[in-house]
Design a protein around this ligand. Structure first.
Ligand code: ZN
Length: 226
């Protein structure tokens, strides 16, 4: 009853095309949902995500749920997730990918899900880390721990218009820092992020995570830029 009233005044719209959702539709209308560029990487044992990091990071498994293209539907969704406060988009894709990964033996070996962290100043500004809900839902589906304490971001990465030599060299230092190494010794960690493009962020995080003795690393993202 209350839900119906709320819907009357604030109708839920599709996150991609903005059409009003029907009762049985969640987040996306049926039409947009069918048009989502799904990768199926994890079902096909695809090496696509691994290849982005070849020679840089040793990975056990790596997947992304969706293909990202400029001006495409996925760009709109990630933009809403990141900049418009639509955190539930992360939960939606986390539940989706989590259910799929839970059905694959290789991913059932995961011990712990770790999100790519945001610097605390950015998190304060945005109010949330856009990867948190995505990671929490995957951890729930895989029946594992969601760990936000082991990896922290120490320096904010800003798109700087002005980059002097001094500032640039400042950026060469570690962007991420590991804490409480002992707690994850020997574990298989799933590092999650919203999108993988050059793989630089994942590589920086991985460098830190591999300071933990005897870990295995896998990766899952909402999207991959083709
Ligand atoms: Zn739609």
């Amino acid at each position: 009853m209350i839900k119906n009233l709320l819907n009357l005044f604030f109708p839920q719209v599709c996150e991609a095309c903005k059409n009003i959702l029907k009762d049985n539709e969640v987040l996306l209308c049926v039409s947009c949902r069918h048009q989502l560029p799904i990768t199926n990487f994890h079902f096909e044992n695809s090496e696509t995500v691994k290849k982005v990091l070849y020679g840089r990071v040793k990975l056990v498994n790596a997947t992304a749920l969706l293909h990202f293209s400029k001006k495409g539907m996925v760009q709109e969704l990630l933009h809403n997730l990141k900049y418009r406060g639509h955190e539930h988009i992360g939960a939606f894709f986390g539940k989706w990918l989590g259910a799929e990964l839970g059905s694959i033996e290789a991913y059932r070996q995961i011990d712990c899900v770790v999100p790519v962290p945001l610097h605390k100043s950015k998190k304060r500004r945005r109010g949330y880390n856009q990867v948190t809900k995505f990671g929490q839902e995957i951890a729930k589906a895989l029946n594992t721990e969601f760990n936000t304490t082991v990896l922290k971001k120490t320096k904010p990465t800003k798109t700087q218009v002005f980059k002097g030599r001094l500032m640039r060299s400042n950026h060469d230092g570690a962007l991420f820092k590991i804490h409480d190494k002992q707690s994850l010794e020997g574990k298989h960690i799933l590092l999650v992020d919203d999108i993988i493009t050059t793989g630089a962020t994942i590589e920086n995080c991985a460098k830190e995570l591999f300071k933990i003795h005897n870990i295995k690393l896998s990766i899952a993202t909402i999207a991959i830029a083709d």
